[in-house]
Design a protein around this ligand. Structure first.
Ligand SMILES: N[C@@H](CCC(=O)N[C@@H](CS)C(=O)NCC(=O)O)C(=O)O
Length: 247
């Protein structure tokens, strides 16, 4: 069987979540970095209905979305000891769903609302770095056209950025409270998919050295200064620790 192919954007925290889980499961796969905007055409060509990244092409199917990729990894890794289901699988899934639907969306909108409006060039290197050479030139030329499409697609703006920041703050409070059980994990006594999800989706605020792509992530000044004030929060300290221990 040929290796599964994971289609990703280097900057995407959802892509990091799927990649980390596949690494954790010990699955031998190939990463393919995607030119922004071409993801939908690629998905369509491969028979997928959603073009959002990440998606995973296996020998039999196209698996769309980080949560479904983790389900697939869990079913196909063959090592019971690597399971990310946790002792209370339903509680783990419930935490993961909120992280995916709320936390991750607003971390992204908060970041891009500042970065793409005030300093769009700062976002380019991380998208460009891993593309084939020809596409690296192409993305530099196309960037002025890609930026407004991203702004529209994600409903970015200064008001939206502030609204997302407030939502993120509520999410950090919630996550701080989940850590109060002192097991070192968000649910139960072992690493679960909820931990990988939380750490990946908050990684832009922590920039852990173990992250495969964030050496290129540069936060705009205003966002960087807010995020600096948050660094001592239990959940951000925990993200650092989880990356060091598990990534
Ligand atoms: N909940 C989804 C979110 C995926 C998502 O929003 N992907 C973004 C990148 S962070 C994307 O591909 N956006 C471009 C598009 O949808 O065309 C998951 O966990 O996979």
């Amino acid at each position: 069987m040929s290796k599964p192919v994971l289609y990703i954007f280097a900057i995407s925290h959802y892509c990091e979540k799927a990649r980390w889980a596949l690494d954790h499961f010990g699955i031998d796969y190939q990463s393919r970095y995607v030119f922004p905007g071409s993801n939908r055409a690629i998905a369509k060509k491969l028979g997928g209905s959603s073009g959002s990244l990440p998606f995973l092409q296996t020998s039999g199917e196209l698996i769309a979305g980080s949560a479904a990729i983790i389900d697939w990894g869990e079913a196909n890794c063959g090592y019971k000891t690597n399971s990310l289901k946790g002792e209370d699988a339903q509680a783990v899934l419930t935490i993961g769903k909120r992280l995916d639907d709320i936390t991750g969306v607003h971390v992204r909108r908060y970041y891009y609302s500042d970065a793409l409006l005030t300093d769009p060039k700062s976002v380019l290197p991380i998208f460009a770095r891993d593309l084939p050479l020809f596409s690296q030139i192409g993305i530099k030329l196309a960037w002025p056209k890609i930026v407004p499409l991203m702004i529209k697609g994600m409903d970015l703006g200064s008001e939206q950025g502030l609204a997302s920041r407030d939502i993120v703050l509520g999410e950090l409070d919630w996550l701080d409270s989940l850590l109060e059980t002192k097991t070192g994990y968000l649910s139960g006594n072992s690493l679960t998919r909820a931990d990988i999800t939380a750490a990946s989706l908050l990684a832009p605020f922590v920039n852990p050295p173990e992250h495969p792509s964030y050496s290129r992530l540069k936060l705009p000044a205003a966002l960087a200064s807010t995020v600096k004030e948050w660094q001592e929060r239990p959940i951000l300290q925990w993200v650092k620790k989880i990356y060091t221990q598990w990534r």
